[in-house]
Write a protein that binds this ligand. Structure first.
Ligand SMILES: Nc1ncnc2c1ncn2[C@@H]1O[C@H](COP(=O)(O)OP(=O)(O)O)[C@@H](O)[C@H]1O
Ligand SMILES: [Mg+2]
Length: 405
């Protein structure tokens, strides 16, 4: 809600008319408690997804309320950062003796901490309710069948997906986009002019190749989203080059960031880490058709493909609904469907598996994997190491904007 991190966390206290002198010490303490990595003066626009998640937690902790409601509080974090945030939550809860309700897909890391486990079914009904040990002992099979991520289960088998739903519309060259020595410096805006820019990427090489999937991994803030968006042609690198194969050239040349949006869309699709940022229409079905329409794909084929993708990704019954009315996990699947709908050569997907149960996870990765097999070039940024392992032909690990391996 505010320009700087400190003001953002202070917002709740200001609304509660807490005296000024108390606000800043509490803000600093809450940022530290949420393991937030920057000072209170840092701009809120200049944060990665995982950093934003920790900021929101700080804004919640600062209020010192008796009830803490957490909706997938670590979904954008790598395992290490997630564990540190869970420890922070646990510490605060014990310190204050407050009640906490957490909504989670990943049960295992919470099991030692929670006293009560409530499992909801697909229609919001309660399927199981009891102590974690009791629920797991009595309902393990039913929960697994329902797609709950239970400890000890093997990775779900990917859903087989028909190539006709996901293949590139036209054949493309082998090397779609090559990034050479790419550096990206980010500034959050005019207010940030005097401060030095953030070096989000430095000297990174990467390649988007037809028929191959690249997984970009690394801790929160490592530069994963920045790399995926620069490969998608959404921004111009500060140094180095991001260049497409000459066979993909437009009148603007071979630099994707120079292409007109229609040409870019036809060639490369991007699914953002925050799915709301990708929404451009008022219905789920239109959302999947939007890019096909924009780049003049044949309507009948595009519609059949959109409907097939929606069914495959478990969104068929929602086709007439506003994308804003979907759950977080549904919205993310919609962005994957929208990226696949018009059959671009390259798929740049930012954290495509967040918020999925075992079934929808298998569908999302099944669709992406089938697109790759059908000739698309795929790059996913992810902190889901299981997804990276199951999907990737190539891996690129980043830390502090640099390639680790
Ligand atoms: N608009 C921005 N202005 C300045 N810094 C930014 C901006 N967006 C992201 N950053 C910073 O760039 C770094 C890389 O961010 P990002 O690529 O989103 O990381 P990841 O996806 O690996 O979590 C982080 O340190 C983040 O704080
Ligand atoms: Mg990211």
């Amino acid at each position: 809600v505010a320009e700087t991190v400190g003001r953002d966390v202070a917002f709740g206290l200001e609304n509660a008319r807490v005296p000024r002198s108390e606000i800043w010490p509490r803000v600093d303490a809450a940022l530290a408690a949420a393991r937030f990595p920057y000072a209170a003066s840092h701009l809120t626009r200049a944060l990665s997804g995982g950093e934003t998640q920790r900021l929101v937690l700080a804004g919640n902790l600062v209020l010192d309320n008796r009830l803490l409601l957490l909706d997938e509080p670590t979904s954008m974090l790598d395992a290490e950062a997630a564990a540190s945030v869970r420890n922070a939550i646990q510490h605060e809860v014990l310190r204050r003796g407050c009640t906490t309700v957490a909504v989670e897909h990943q049960l295992e890391p919470w099991l030692d901490f929670v006293d009560r486990l409530v499992v909801l079914g697909p229609h919001g009904e309660i399927v199981a309710d009891g102590t974690p040990a009791q629920v797991l002992a009595d309902h393990a099979d039913a929960l697994a069948a329902q797609g709950v991520w239970l400890p000890g289960l093997p990775a779900p088998a990917l859903l087989p997906v028909d190539a006709a739903l996901v293949s590139p519309w036209e054949d493309g060259p082998q090397r779609l986009v090559t990034a050479t020595g790419v550096g990206v410096e980010l500034r959050a805006g005019l207010a940030d002019r005097r401060a030095p820019p953030t070096v989000a990427l430095a000297d990174v090489d990467a390649e988007l190749r037809s028929g191959r999937a690249l997984a970009v991994t690394g801790p929160s803030g490592a530069g994963k989203s920045t790399l995926v968006s620069v490969l998608a042609g959404l921004s111009r690198p500060t140094s180095g080059a991001v260049e497409a194969d000459p066979r993909l050239a437009t009148r603007q040349g071979t630099y994707p960031w120079r292409w007109r949006s229609r040409d870019l869309t036809a060639r490369l699709a991007w699914a953002p880490q925050t799915p709301e940022h990708g929404v451009v229409t008022a219905s789920v079905r239109d959302e999947v058709l939007a890019s096909a329409r924009a780049c003049g794909r044949e309507a009948g084929r595009a519609e059949a493909r959109a409907d097939g993708l929606l069914e495959t990704l478990g969104l068929g019954h929602l086709r007439g609904v506003s994308p804003y009315h979907l759950s977080g996990g549904e919205q993310r699947r919609l962005m994957v469907a929208a990226a696949l709908g018009h059959g671009p050569h390259g798929l740049l997907l930012d954290e495509p598996t967040v918020g999925q149960d075992r079934h929808t996870w298998a569908a999302v990765l099944g669709a992406i994997s089938a697109a790759r097999t059908a000739g698309a070039g795929v790059a996913v940024s992810t902190h889901d190491l299981l997804a990276a392992k199951v999907l990737a032909d190539d891996q690129l690990q980043l830390s502090g904007g640099r390639t680790v391996r």
